[in-house]
Design a protein around this ligand. Structure first.
Ligand code: NAD
Length: 511
C-alpha cells in the first residue's frame, strides 16, 4: 500500500499555495478567476492550485512579449543569444535537483525517469548552441551583372508553445531555447496539472540575462489556449498534446492566419519476429511499455507477435513483469510511479475492462493496484489477443498497459500499423537485416526503431509523427524547428553604379 509522503501530508487545506502566470518576471494571479487543483499523484492529496489565466491576462502577456520583441530581442546579436543559452545551461545544471523533484512531485514519474527527462531536456538546450550555423542564410553573387541575392532567416515575432503534462521540463525547454535563439519572444502555456517546472524555467531564463518580457508563462486551460490562438499578435503556435486538441489547435490557429505545428497522440506497435533475441526483446518491451508508467507519446503499447513467437514472448514477459516495482516516484528502486490523475487512472482501468469484455485476455492485471491505492496507481498490465475493434486497441491508453497482437506474417504486421490512424513510432525486433530494411522502408510512421523500443531521435535530427500524430509540416527538434521559428527574407541588391535598372521583371540577359 502506498502512503502519503511527509511533504504532502504537512500541507493544510487553508495554506495551499496558488501558482500564477509569470509575465515580465511577475507572478500574475487573477483574484476572481477559477483555480485548478494540482495533486501529488502518489497520494491523491491536493498540493497547489493554479490560477487559470483569463483572456485579459493573455492580452497582457501578448502586449509584453510584442513590446520585448519590437524594442530589442528581434535585433539582439548572436553573441547575446549564445550567452543566454550558455548561462541558462549553467543555471539549469545548478538547479537540477529542484527541477527533477518538481517533476516527480507533480507528474509522479520515478526519479530515474525524471532524471532521464532532465538529461534529454539539457541535450536539446545544448543543441541550440549550434544556431549561428543553423540560421545562416545563402548568398548568390552576380546573378545578373551587378546584382546579388542573399537570404536570411528572420524571427516571426511572438510565438507560443503549448505543452502536455508528461514532459513538464523537456518539451518546454526545447521550445523555449529554439524559439528564443531564432529571435522570437515567447509565451509558454504548460499543462496546469504540472505547472511548477514551467515557472521555475522562466525564472532561470530571466536570471540567465534574458531581457524583460522575452519569455513569459501563461498558466491556464482551454480559455487561455483559445485566446492565444485567436490573438492577432501571436505569429506561431507550437503545440504538443493529444490528437483531438492538436486538431483543434491546428484548425483554429491556421484559420487565424498563424503558423501552427501540432503534435498529437500515438499508438506505437513493436513487431516481434520469430528470429529476434527473445530475452533482449522482452526487456526492451518492458522498458518501452512501462517506463514513465506508459505516459510517453513514444511508449510501446502493442507487441505485434509474428507467427510462433507469440507464446514464447508471452512467457518471457510474464516471467519479468512481476519484478517491476510500483510506488512513489521519490523512492529509490521504483520502476513505475503513479499516473498523473484520477481521471487517467479511471480511463486506463476502463479501457482494459472494455478490452476484456471484447475478447482480450488480461494476463497480468494492474487494475488490482488501482482499486487498492490512495494515489493514482495502476500496476503494470499485460493483455493478450488484442485486436482492432477492441477499446484497448483503438484508443491511446497512456498508461502501463502492453497488449500482444497475434499475426501470421510481416506483411500483416505492416498493414496493421499502416491502417492505424496514428503514425508516431514503430519498432521491429529481428536479427535479420533484410527484414528490418523492408520494415523501415514500408511502414508509414515518423520514428522507427530497429531493435530499439523508444526510437526518439537525438536532437540534431527531428521528432514528429505522421498521420493523426502530427498536424502541420514541422517537427519538434533540430533544423525543422529552426525553420518553423523563422521566416526567410530574400534580398536582391544592385548598387546604382553597377548597371541601369530594367523595365522588365527578368534581369537583363545582356548584362
Ligand atoms: P492534452 O491534449 O490534454 O493537453 C495538452 C495541452 O493542451 C495542455 O497545455 C492543455 O492545458 C491544453 N488543452 C487541453 N484541453 C484543451 C482544450 N480543449 N482546448 C485547448 N487547449 C487544451 O494532452 P496531455 O494529456 O497533457 O498530454 C498527453 C498527450 O500528449 C498524449 O496524447 C500524448 O501522446 C501526447 N504527446 C505527444 C507527443 C508528441 O511528440 N507527439 C509528446 C508528448 C505527449
Amino acid at each position: 500500500m502506498v502512503t502519503a509522503p511527509q511533504h504532502a501530508s504537512s500541507i493544510r487545506p487553508d495554506s495551499i499555495p496558488v501558482i500564477g502566470s509569470r509575465i515580465k518576471g511577475s507572478n500574475v494571479v487573477d483574484p476572481a478567476g477559477p483555480l485548478f487543483d494540482v495533486y501529488d499523484p502518489a497520494t491523491g492529496v491536493i498540493t497547489k492550485r493554479v490560477s487559470l489565466a483569463s483572456s485579459d491576462t493573455v492580452e497582457q502577456a501578448v502586449e509584453v512579449a510584442t513590446s520585448a520583441w519590437r524594442s530589442g530581442w528581434r535585433d539582439s546579436s548572436q553573441k547575446q543569444r549564445f550567452s543566454l543559452v550558455q548561462r541558462l545551461h549553467e543555471l539549469v545544471m545548478e538547479r537540477r535537483d529542484d527541477l527533477v523533484n518538481l517533476i516527480v512531485f507533480e507528474h509522479g514519474k520515478s526519479l530515474a525517469d525524471a532524471r532521464g527527462e532532465f538529461d534529454r531536456a539539457v541535450d536539446g538546450l545544448d543543441s541550440t548552441l549550434a544556431f549561428p550555423v543553423a540560421l545562416q542564410g545563402a548568398f548568390s553573387g552576380q546573378v545578373a551583372r551587378g546584382i546579388d541575392i542573399h537570404s536570411m532567416p528572420y524571427s516571426l515575432g511572438v510565438v507560443t508553445t503549448i505543452t502536455p503534462f508528461n514532459f513538464p521540463l523537456m518539451i518546454p525547454l526545447w521550445g523555449a531555447a529554439a524559439a528564443l535563439v531564432c529571435g522570437n519572444t515567447v509565451i509558454h502555456k504548460p499543462s496546469p496539472r504540472v505547472p511548477s517546472a514551467a515557472n521555475l524555467l522562466a525564472e532561470l531564463i530571466e536570471e540567465a540575462g534574458a531581457p524583460a518580457g522575452i519569455y513569459n508563462v501563461i498558466q491556464g486551460d482551454a480559455i487561455a489556449v483559445n485566446a492565444l490562438l485567436d490573438h492577432p499578435g501571436v505569429a506561431a503556435v507550437a503545440f504538443v498534446g493529444s490528437t483531438p486538441v492538436a486538431k483543434h489547435v491546428y484548425q483554429r490557429g491556421t484559420q487565424a492566419g498563424k503558423r501552427v505545428q501540432a503534435l498529437g497522440s500515438a499508438k506505437n506497435h513493436a513487431v516481434v519476429m520469430p528470429d529476434c533475441d527473445i530475452a533482449f526483446t522482452a526487456d526492451s518491451l518492458i522498458a518501452g511499455a512501462y517506463g514513465s508508467s506508459g505516459q510517453r507519446c513514444m511508449a510501446v503499447t502493442l507487441a505485434v507477435a509474428v507467427g510462433p513467437v507469440a507464446d514464447v514472448l508471452r512467457a518471457a514477459l510474464v516471467e519479468r513483469i512481476p519484478a517491476l516495482k510500483t510506488g512513489r516516484g521519490f523512492d529509490e528502486g521504483v520502476d513505475l510511479g503513479p499516473v498523473v490523475s484520477k481521471e487517467s487512472q479511471e480511463r486506463i482501468v476502463d479501457l482494459v475492462t472494455q478490452g476484456e469484455s471484447q475478447g482480450a485476455e488480461v494476463i497480468i492485471d494492474g487494475r488490482v493496484l488501482a482499486a487498492e491505492s490512495e494515489g493514482f496507481f495502476v500496476g503494470p498490465t499485460l493483455i493478450d489477443y488484442v485486436r482492432p475493434g477492441q477499446a484497448c486497441y483503438d484508443n491511446e491508453i497512456f498508461g502501463p498497459v502492453l497488449g500482444i497482437v497475434r499475426v501470421e506474417t510481416l506483411g500483416e504486421a505492416i498493414a496493421l500499423i499502416d491502417s492505424n490512424p496514428y503514425g508516431n513510432g514503430a519498432a521491429i525486433f529481428t536479427s535479420n537485416g533484410e527484414t528490418a530494411r523492408i520494415f523501415e522502408r514500408e511502414v508509414a510512421v515518423g520514428m522507427i526503431g530497429v531493435n530499439v523500443p523508444v526510437p526518439v531521435p537525438v536532437n540534431s535530427f527531428t521528432t514528429g509523427g505522421w498521420k493523426g500524430s502530427a498536424f502541420g509540416a514541422h517537427g519538434l527538434l533540430g533544423p525543422e524547428m529552426y525553420r518553423f521559428f523563422t521566416r526567410t527574407k530574400m534580398v536582391t541588391t544592385r548598387w546604382p553604379e553597377s548597371g541601369a535598372p530594367s523595365m522588365s521583371m527578368a534581369f537583363n540577359p545582356e548584362t
